[in-house]
Design a protein around this ligand. Structure first.
Ligand SMILES: [Zn+2]
Length: 76
């Protein structure tokens, strides 16, 4: 399913839209059809979202039964 990213010429809003067949993209904000297609990276915007926060929480909670941060070694 091709999801494209567009930029509305009228209200300058960026939006992603799924284009099926001969569908014409239009701005979800103002309904304008004069939109510019942007080069989107596969339609995903999940890049750079919280990779570092996950590792910080994992290191904070250590096992109470041992000094290891990974309880798979002590079975707790
Ligand atoms: Zn618009």
């Amino acid at each position: 399913m091709p999801i494209y990213e567009y930029n509305c010429e009228k209200c300058d809003k960026k939006f992603e839209i799924l284009i099926m067949g001969s569908d014409k993209p239009e701005c979800p904000c103002c309904g304008n059809v004069k939109v510019n297609r942007l080069m989107s990276s596969c339609g995903f915007v999940s890049k750079g979202s919280g990779g570092e926060t996950v590792s910080s929480t994992a290191g904070a909670s250590s096992c109470t039964g041992c000094s290891s941060t990974n309880c798979s070694s002590c079975g707790v």
